[in-house]
Design a protein around this ligand. Structure first.
Ligand code: SF4
Length: 106
């Protein structure tokens, strides 16, 4: 067997293995969904669905506000209705969610 071909084949197999595992690693390293029991989530009154709030329950809630139109919601990274939020260290929040840190996107 020719040594250069063996090395080339080995490096090719390593590259293929790296490409094959990339999606799984990428998914595993993606941000976690914000836990409703997270102390900061509780302190800021985070809810996954703003429609679940009763009228007058949150004085800071403005009509039409939700995570999807908040300045801290990383819309460009949204997947399956969730995106990283700057108020929670990049953890995933629901597009239809809301919290007291809401600020309208420009
Ligand atoms: S800061 Fe904005 S995007 Fe983040 S949870 Fe609160 S309302 Fe949603």
């Amino acid at each position: 067997m020719n040594p250069p071909n063996t090395r080339r084949r080995f490096l090719g197999l390593c590259g293929a293995a790296a490409l094959a595992t990339f999606p799984a690693r990428s998914f595993a390293q993606s941000a976690a969904k914000l836990d409703l029991n997270d102390p900061t989530a509780k302190a800021l009154g985070y809810v996954e669905n703003v429609a679940s709030l009763k009228p007058g329950q949150e004085s800071a809630l403005k009509p039409g506000s939700h995570c999807g139109n908040c300045a801290l919601y990383a819309t460009a990274q949204e997947k399956a209705g969730h995106a990283p939020c700057g108020a929670f260290g990049g953890k995933l929040v629901a597009k239809n969610g809301w919290c007291r840190a809401y600020g309208p996107a420009a």
